[in-house]
Design a protein around this ligand. Structure first.
Ligand SMILES: NC(=O)c1ccc[n+]([C@@H]2O[C@H](COP(=O)([O-])OP(=O)(O)OC[C@H]3O[C@@H](n4cnc5c(N)ncnc54)[C@H](O)[C@@H]3O)[C@@H](O)[C@H]2O)c1
Length: 320
């Protein structure tokens, strides 16, 4: 296992005020790194970043090349997370295109001049569409069913092209569904788990799309963070693409049952229409490549991750 140590290193985190980004920033600072966050606060929030940690904040967009170029000056590592999410992207594909594709191109172009040791680009398992074989391996042919998956894949393709053409050391990680503290249920774009926790806590019934038997690979945010940081630090990750999930398939109703048990509430569900976005029946990732190449594997089981997320919600979030 690679030791996560950023002592003496400067790290730029784009999208660092968002859900995953803010968890990543804290982990880097705890590991001795000096962090700069570049975020336009579109879905991110300054409150996500623990007031107790020290970091530099630049409010601005990755679509602004000169801003990206100056933020990358003297930086050792770049974690590039800034992105418009699937819901925004479906409503406004041009905005998605400008950030998810244009912003990624800006980071890669700036890297040609500023020469960071490594960049990690966070892609998404949504690029697989309806996969032919489960669990999904990285070599599965992409099937882009949404403007979001088109833009995330295009960002990946720019990464591979810049690695091959200009030797920019870049790694792609494809996240499955990530959950955990700081995933804000108030944010209409957030994942299903925090919405369910909020509803159960408030004694409301849950809105489940379709029969709830659709499956996903739910990864606790600390695991996604450690995997991303290992990819950032490892020369063995250069030019590679890695799935980042758990390899375990769980249905939405499976999540409902665990939450209801952990929160001690009997839960009622309203089954509403199937979602019109990311309407994939089954998704689970094969994580053998990252397991063998970087020796990363998830440490936090689903139940424990849900328990910690409930604890965060009840202690911190609910009372804000
Ligand atoms: N959360 C998941 O389950 C998941 C799954 C697959 C992939 N991802 C990827 O992980 C990354 C982080 O996702 P997240 O869940 O934390 O989402 P998030 O919306 O919480 O974070 C995205 C951050 O990017 C910022 N941002 C958006 N547009 C920007 C722009 N033009 N310039 C600068 N900053 C901008 C937002 O303000 C926000 O802070 C994204 O790249 C996303 O595509 C997440």
């Amino acid at each position: 296992m690679i030791k996560i140590d950023f002592t003496g290193s400067k790290v730029l985190v784009t999208g660092g005020a968002g859900f995953v980004g803010s968890n990543l920033v804290e982990a880097i600072v705890r590991a001795g790194g000096k962090v700069t966050v570049l975020d336009d606060l579109f879905t991110g929030k300054r409150e996500n970043l623990d007031a107790g940690i020290s970091y530099e904040f630049i409010k601005g967009s990755v679509t602004d090349y000169s801003l990206v170029r100056s933020a990358m000056e003297g930086v050792d590592y770049v974690a590039h997370l800034a992105a418009r999410n699937i819901i925004v992207s479906t409503k406004n594909p041009r905005e998605d295109y400008e950030t998810n594709i244009g912003g990624t191109l800006n980071v890669l172009m700036a890297a040609r001049e500023t020469k960071p040791k490594r960049i990690v680009y966070t892609s998404s398992a949504s690029i697989y569409g309806n996969p032919r074989i489960l669990p999904i391996v990285e070599d599965e042919a992409p099937l882009t069913f949404s403007p979001y998956s088109v833009s995330k894949l295009a960002g990946e393709n720019y990464c591979y092209a810049f690695y091959e053409t200009y030797y920019v050391p870049v790694t792609v990680v494809r996240y499955s569904n990530i959950f955990g503290p700081k995933q804000d249920p108030i944010n209409p774009y957030c994942g299903v788990i925090s919405k369910f926790i909020e509803a159960i806590d408030g004694g409301k019934s849950l809105q489940v799309h379709g029969d709830g038997l659709q499956t996903r690979d739910f990864t606790y945010v600390d695991d996604a963070t450690s995997g991303t940081l290992m990819a950032l630090l490892s020369p063995r990750a250069d030019g590679m693409v890695f799935n980042m999930g758990t390899g375990i398939e769980t249905s939405i109703m499976g999540i409902v049952n665990i939450l209801s048990e952990l929160m001690g509430h009997k839960v009622t569900c309203d089954h509403v229409d199937r979602r019109d976005i990311d309407n994939i029946r089954r998704r689970v990732l094969n994580i053998e490549r990252i397991r063998t190449r970087l020796r990363w594997h998830p440490q936090i089981g689903l139940r424990e991750g849900l328990r910690r997320t409930i604890e965060w919600y009840q202690a911190d979030k609910k009372n804000l």
